[in-house]
Write a protein that binds this ligand. Structure first.
Ligand code: ADP
Length: 625
């Protein structure tokens, strides 16, 4: 038992340990594979980052050339971009309306205020509005746009004072047609249209007021007037009041105007000659690229759509399918590679992420690896199973063998004890009477023959197992032979109350057989029938032909054999449940020998049995007609 446990431990050590080691190795290998895949991925991201930086540098160089050479037609300008041009004091921008206001407005011709001193004295000092109106009307016909604008402005004012709103509106209408003249920097046409709105508001002519205000709003959007921030805000505030709706530039426009102001401020505050001739900057998502020479600056103000379409897209295409992100400050988890603005010299922080559809590891490689490990594990498991089976079989045989040795010793001990006892009786000082002595001698002969039988059985078994049992076949009639064995057996057991009946179903059953071996086989079956007979004392032997075979059956009505035992009882040293349960002595080699003999005759031995009802053993061998 302890050797069994030792064997089990050894088995576990040689099978489970390598399996565990293999699993650990597999996990480790997968981990390394993972790390290598990560490194490969990072490397490819680094390459992509370098490539993207190069492409972006080329794109920026090309933009810089266009801005420096003023090749505006080659410059695509989507809705969120504009060009700002500074020439000394003058600042302009295009396309019109892109910038809601300019950092500084071009100076317009101002109304010559002095020309109206005399006429104004009637309006204010003398309070003679009619005379003032007459004089202003006269001056409004002037060919000088400045005088005309100043006169119309005043005419409209006086008409309003006189309560002649409609005429005041007409005067303002005429004034709205004068271009290029300003009053305190505010274009007079814009002033005239604002006045018209104010008069229409006074007159409660709401629909016309809405039209007029809407018109101003549209022109403001279209960039009709170059306004500075203060003027723009003043106008939009009033429009807001008249329209009852928010009038403000969109966030893109506001960002563009902010970027323009930033550049202009930098230009005006930098000492002459120190302003960098070229530069880039990103302000509230507006990318500013400028070129300056002497007292002029050309600048591209590009919003996110411009940057995306005309700068990033070529770089993203070059690194596809790796993803390129702009302005990513804190990259999300996972493998990412960054190029900060300081590192690359570009105005953006860039981040590169792997293609989300790309599998993390080479699937074919993974599959191969997994398949390899799977196969190895399978091999180990199958090997372990086979080894386990072999080991347990060996253990079972060892156990059977030791049972066998015990059983054989027991079988020997009984006749030996009898012999020893008889020897004592015969060799004792009191010689037994002749009658008794004969009985003793007969008992001695029986014990000796039993011992011889046992020894012969063991020797035969040994030879059969070794495959060197000699057989001498001769033609004989199986029926006649079975009857002879049956009668001999009956003579042996009839004393114990057994009745062995022979039933011949066929008159003629010629076979080639070794009579000695066949007798041993039949005797074994009959012996078992008697041994495992239980209460029953009837044994039947039947010989017949079936399908070209001679069949000799030994039928008992004894203990029977459970179904699980039936296939096993022919194996050497195997004893059945009946033998164990009823403590019937035996060695477990009888049926093994019967099978050997039947097979040597080109036949077989079969069993059919029902526990508690008896068994039928049959030796089947080919008929030789
Ligand atoms: P042994 O009889 O010495 O045990 P055998 O090889 O002759 O060995 O038989 C093997 C087992 O088969 C027996 O232990 C017994 O359990 C069972 N067996 C054989 N013949 C019979 C029978 N006629 N009736 C019931 N059981 C039988």
């Amino acid at each position: 038992m302890s050797s069994g446990r030792g064997l089990l431990a050894l088995f576990l050590v040689v099978t489970i340990l390598p399996a565990l080691a293999l699993v650990a190795l597999g996990v480790r290998l997968m981990e390394q594979e993972w790390i290598v895949a990560g490194q490969r991925r990072r490397q490819s991201l680094e390459h992509a980052a370098d490539l993207a930086v190069r492409v972006l540098e080329q794109e920026l160089a090309s933009l810089r050339r266009k801005v420096a050479a003023e090749h505006w037609d080659d410059l695509p300008l989507p809705g969120d971009s504009a060009v700002l041009i500074i020439r000394g004091q003058s600042v302009s921008a295009f396309p019109a309306g892109r910038l809601p206001f300019l950092p500084s407005t071009p100076p317009l011709e101002e109304i010559p205020e002095g020309a109206f001193a005399e006429a104004e004295s009637f309006e204010f000092a003398k309070q003679d509005l009619t005379e003032a109106l007459r004089r202003y009307s006269g001056m409004a016909a002037s060919r000088s746009p400045g005088i005309r604008a100043g006169a119309l402005l005043r005419e409209a004012r006086v008409l309003r004072k006189l309560g002649r709103g409609t005429e005041a509106l007409a005067a303002n209408q005429r004034l709205a047609e004068v271009r290029g003249i300003a009053l305190s920097g505010m274009p007079v046409d814009l002033l005239a249209r604002r006045s018209r709105c104010a008069i229409l508001a006074d007159l409660s002519r709401r629909a016309e007021l809405a039209d007029e205000a809407q018109g101003i709003r549209q022109d403001l959007r279209a960039g009709r007037w170059a306004l500075d921030q203060a003027s723009y805000e003043r106008v939009t505030e009033q429009l807001q009041a008249w329209l009852g709706a928010v009038v403000a530039p969109g966030p893109e426009q506001a960002a563009l105007a902010g970027a323009a102001s930033w550049l202009h401020r930098r230009w005006t505050t930098t000492p002459a000659g120190e302003f960098p001739s070229e530069g880039t900057q990103v302000l509230r998502e507006v990318f500013v690229l400028w070129h300056s020479q002497g007292d002029s600056v050309n600048a591209l103000l590009a919003g996110p759509a411009f940057v995306e379409r005309h700068v990033m897209r070529p770089a993203a295409a070059a690194v596809h399918p790796i993803r390129l992100g702009v302005g990513v400050k804190r990259p999300p988890e996972g493998i990412r590679v960054q190029r900060s603005a300081t590192e690359s010299g570009l105005p953006w922080n860039l981040a590169f992420a792997p293609d989300p559809n790309e599998p993390l590891q080479d699937p074919a490689r993974n599959q191969l690896l997994l398949a390899g490990f799977g196969l190895l594990l399978l091999l180990i498991t199958a090997g372990s199973y086979l080894a386990w089976r072999a080991v347990s079989r060996e253990l079972a045989v060892a156990r059977l063998q030791s049972d066998f040795v015990a059983a054989v010793s027991h079988e020997f001990r009984t006749p030996l004890t009898t012999l020893a006892h008889l020897n004592d009786l015969l060799g004792g000082s009191n010689e037994p009477p002749t009658e008794k002595r004969r009985g003793y001698y007969e008992a001695q002969a029986r014990a000796t023959s039993r011992l011889r039988g046992l020894v012969e059985t063991l020797l035969d078994f040994g030879r059969m197992e070794a495959g060197c049992q000699p057989y001498r076949f001769e033609p004989l009639d199986a029926g006649v032979f079975a009857r002879y064995v049956c009668e001999s057996f009956d003579a042996e057991v009839s004393e114990r109350g057994f009745a062995v009946e022979y039933r011949a179903c066929e008159s003629d059953l010629p076979v080639m057989a070794d009579p000695e071996a066949l007798e041993r086989a039949l005797w074994n079956l009959l012996d078992n029938a008697a041994k495992y007979s239980g209460e029953s004392r009837r044994i039947v032997v039947e010989a017949r032909a079936s399908g070209g075979q001679a069949v000799i059956q030994v039928i008992d009505s004894g203990l029977g054999i459970v179904p699980e035992d039936q296939p096993r009882i022919f194996e050497k040293f195997t004893r059945g449940e009946a033998a164990r349960e009823h403590g019937i002595k035996g060695t477990g080699i009888g049926l093994t020998m019967v099978r050997h003999i039947a097979e040597a005759h080109g036949g077989e031995v079969t069993v059919s049995s029902v526990k508690g009802h008896g068994s039928t053993f049959a030796i089947v061998m080919p008929l030789k007609r």
